[in-house]
Structure formats: structure tokens, C-alpha cells
Design a protein around this ligand. Structure first.
Ligand code: NDP
Length: 435
């Protein structure tokens, strides 16, 4: 703790994993002898750098860039880049730590990493975003590569930013390789990558619901966020027969009791991805909806909750409100959106609750599939990628059930995901010696 002082999110993520693994490590003494968990909790490398860039007024602005290369035991570092003013070392270390387990769960050969900057893309022109991305990659380029470290998108980093970063990387290296994932479909991107995290979270929830003979059909779903993950979670939940009634952003949420239909979802995609507007505008456009400024959607009655915005966006009181309102299933599209207190409430009430490292692994899994297609110089059809994504999510669910089923039959998906994700990385680290 002292070594990582001032890193509360990182402590939170490590504590959860350590608690899940305690029994498993006692049963396998070689793990403590070889200090495997202690090594996993120490990044292999952290790179911090200056990112100077020129704004549209010709003034110099300075941000801080990071890449946390957490673990390369089972493959090159792999994980997203986040651009958000809240970005700091604690947040990126927690994300990189979680990513190591998540990537292992996908069964694909990917290590764990995460990076980003405290740069805020909101309110910036396309040219400003481009100049920032070019400066960011000018330094990052020397630390990444298709066999070393493969970044992707995350909060504040979508197709536009990946395009600018990939373009600069290509200029610097003079090579067209799969060093970034989330690329456009005409220039190395995989079909289904934009959809993958949201769709995968729904596929995982489908598997959880099936264990109790349930499905999305006829269910009411609350989703937070309105970015990449939230948009496609809403689309897939609707395709599976559910009614999605909320979306949010950092300013508030909208509640549409008539359901956010495919036509309305298209409007949200245009609003957020093209015009970079606020979710409040949804209620201006659709008067049947109400906008709640400064609030989160967890007080709304629903059967299924899907937090898809950011870390610690659902606390213990909000979890209690969801339970009281009859919620049966919580599938995390975001990383660590539920606080430890919220997780306790879900598990005490025996909800179907899946942590992000299992439920949202579809995004990085499809990034892994993008890497494979890039290496083979091939392009798979959307149907092919979707089938692989589905199979990967089903397999992660099976692993969670295998390692997380309690004596009373309740599936503790946190424990299942942590043990399942840990084993492969731990075995690789044992085989590779003290490194
Ligand atoms: P986007 O930037 O596309 O969307 C983020 C959404 O969350 C926006 O609606 C944003 O609102 C909201 N949000 C961000 N920060 C906050 C905050 N502090 N409080 C409330 N709302 C906030 O990001 P993604 O959809 O890609 O990512 C969402 C989550 O999913 C993150 O936790 C990410 O790590 C996780 N994830 C993403 C994957 C991917 O493939 N993209 C893969 C796996 C996990 P606003 O516009 O107001 O900022």
C-alpha cells in the first residue's frame, strides 16, 4: 500500500482480486513462494511523457501521456488508450491490472496494458484532436509495436482518434501493421469491433440469465453512458427483445418509458459520434423522455442494469435501490463501475452480477481477432467475427461458473473471473522464471 500511495482505484482493483484468490493461493503454495500475485501487481514498465501541442489559437498546450505495460506473460501488452481530464496513474494502473485478467479470460494471446492522457477532447476541434494525437504518438511510437504493445480505444478515444494515432505511427515507422486496433474497416479494422464490447456484454448477460431459465425478452433495461459501449449494449439488448429505458452522460440521464427504440438509438449515435452533443438533447427531441440533470439512472425500475460509463459510477445505496426495484441481473460494460459496497449488495441478494473483466471482454477479444486478421492479411465477415465473439463470451461464462460456483450453487462471477483469469497468467509466469 505504501509503495502505491495515493492510488485508490489501483488499491481497490488489487484488493478485490487478492480477496478472490486467497483460498486458491493457499491451496497452491508455489504461487506464494514465487510471489506471483505480488509480481502481477507491479507493472513491468510505466512510461510517462510530455505531450505538447498547438491549439487553434497557435498557443502551446501541455498534457501528460502515459502507458502502463502491466504484464506480458501470455502475449504483447494490449489495452486501450483513455483521453479524459481525470486520467492519472492510479486509474491507468487499475485498468491495466484488470486488463491482464480480462485478456487472459478471452483465451487469446494478449498481455495487459493501458494508457492515455489527461487531455480532454470535449470542445476541441478535429484539428486540435489531430495535433494532440500526433504529438502523443510521436513519443508513444518508440514503446509500442505489433509484437510489443498494441493500444486500442477507451473513454474519449474512438475511430477518429485511432485514425489520427495510426496515421502518425505509420509515418514514423514506415510500416502498415496491426499496432493499433479499432481501425476503420477499410484500413485494417475488423468487422464488429465497434459493436463488440456492448454486444459481448449482452451475450454474457444472456448466458447468466439462461442459468435461471430467463432471457432478455420482455425485460426492462437501464443503461448508463451513451458512448461506444452503451450505444451497442442498447442496440443488442433491444434486438434480443428488451426495452432499454435509460442512457446517460457525465451531466445527467434520460428516462424514456416508451423505450429507446432502434430509430432513437440511431439518433443517439449521430448525436454523440458525429455532433458530439449531450444526452440532454434526447429529451428535447423526444418529449416522452425526461432528463434528470446531475443524476445517475439507478433509481429507475428495471430487470437488468448495465453500467457502461466509467469506474465507481454505481454505489452501495444505488445498488440497494436496484435490488428494491426488482433488478435481477447486473452486467458491467464499463470497467469497475460498481463500488465494493455495491458488489456486496448484489452478491448478498444473490443477483446475477458480472464484473467488467468478464462481461466486457468482448471488446478486447475482437481486438485480438483484429490482430489475427492483420497478421494474416485477411478480413473476416461480420457473421464470422460475431460467431467467434459469441463463442468467446460463452466460454468466459463457463470458466466463471467453473471457478465461481459456491457450495449453495450461487455463481460468484467475481471469484470465477479472477481465478480463471489468474491461472493462465500465473502458470506462464511460473514457467518463465523470476522475471
Ligand atoms: P466513450 O468515451 O465512448 O463513452 C463514455 C461514456 O461514459 C460517455 O457517455 C461519458 O459521458 C460517460 N462518462 C465518462 N466519464 C464519466 C464520468 N466520470 N461520470 C459519468 N459519466 C461518464 O467510452 P466507452 O464507451 O468506450 O467506455 C465506457 C466504459 O467501458 C469505460 O469504463 C471503458 O473503460 C469501458 N470499456 C470500453 C471498451 C471499448 O471497447 N470501448 C472495452 C471494455 C471496457 P461524457 O460524454 O459526459 O463524458
Amino acid at each position: 500500500v505504501a509503495k502505491n500511495a495515493g492510488e485508490p482505484e489501483f488499491h481497490q482493483a488489487v484488493k478485490e482480486v487478492a480477496e478472490s484468490l486467497a483460498e486458491y493461493i493457499v491451496m497452491n503454495p508455489v504461487l506464494s513462494k514465487m510471489k506471483v500475485l505480488e509480481r502481477i501487481a507491479e507493472p513491468e514498465r510505466v512510461i510517462i511523457f510530455r505531450v505538447p501541442w498547438l491549439n487553434d489559437k497557435g498557443e502551446i498546450e501541455i498534457n501528460r501521456g502515459y502507458r502502463v505495460q502491466m504484464n506480458s506473460a501470455i502475449g504483447p501488452y494490449k489495452g486501450g488508450i483513455r483521453f479524459h481530464p481525470s486520467v492519472n496513474l492510479s486509474i491507468l494502473k487499475f485498468l491495466a491490472f484488470e486488463q491482464t485478467f480480462k485478456n487472459s479470460l478471452t483465451t487469446l494471446p494478449m498481455g495487459g496494458g493501458k494508457g492515455g492522457s489527461d487531455f480532454n477532447p470535449k470542445g476541441k476541434s478535429d484539428n486540435e484532436v489531430m495535433r494532440f494525437c500526433q504529438s502523443f504518438v510521436t513519443e508513444l511510437a518508440r514503446h509500442i509495436g505489433q509484437d510489443t504493445d498494441v493500444p486500442a480505444g477507451d473513454i474519449g478515444v474512438g475511430g477518429r482518434e485511432i485514425g489520427f494515432m495510426f496515421g502518425q505511427y505509420k509515418r514514423l515507422r514506415d510500416e502498415f501493421t496491426g499496432t493499433f486496433t479499432g481501425k476503420g474497416i477499410g484500413w485494417g479494422g475488423s468487422a464488429m469491433r465497434p459493436e463488440a464490447t456492448g454486444y459481448g456484454t449482452c451475450y454474457f448477460a444472456q448466458e447468466m440469465l439462461a442459468t435461471r431459465g430467463l432471457s432478455f425478452e420482455g425485460k426492462t433495461v437501464c443503461i448508463s453512458g451513451s458512448g461506444n459501449v452503451a450505444q451497442y449494449a442498447a442496440q443488442k439488448a433491444t434486438q434480443l427483445g428488451a426495452k432499454v429505458v435509460t442512457l446517460s452522460d457525465s451531466s445527467g440521464y434520460v428516462y424514456d418509458p416508451t423505450g429507446i427504440t432502434p430509430e432513437k438509438q440511431e439518433y443517439v449515435m449521430e448525436l454523440k459520434n458525429v455532433f458530439r452533443g449531450r444526452i440532454k438533447e434526447y429529451a428535447d427531441r423526444y418529449p416522452e423522455a425526461t432528463y434528470y440533470a446531475g443524476q445517475r439512472p439507478w433509481g429507475v425500475k428495471c430487470d437488468i442494469a448495465m453500467p457502461c460509463a466509467t469506474q465507481n459510477e454505481l454505489n452501495g445505496d444505488e445498488a440497494a435501490a436496484l435490488v428494491k426495484n426488482g433488478c435481477i441481473c447486473v452486467a458491467e460494460g464499463a470497467n469497475m463501475p460498481s463500488t465494493p459496497e455495491a458488489i456486496k449488495v448484489f452478491q448478498e441478494h444473490k443477483l446475477l452480477y458480472a464484473p467488467g473483466k468478464a462481461a466486457n471482454a468482448g471488446g478486447v477479444a475482437t481486438s485480438g481477432l483484429e490482430m489475427s486478421q492483420n497478421s494474416m492479411r485477411l478480413h473476416w465477415s461480420p457473421e464470422e467475427v460475431d460467431a467467434k465473439l459469441r463463442a468467446i463470451m460463452q466460454n468466459i461464462h463457463e470458466v466463471c461458473v467453473k471457478y465461481g460456483t459456491e457450495p449453495d450453487g450461487y455463481v460468484n462471477y467475481v471469484k470465477g473471473a479472477n481465478i480463471g483469469g489468474f491461472m493462465k497468467v500465473a502458470n506462464a509466469m511460473l514457467a518463465q522464471g523470476c522475471c
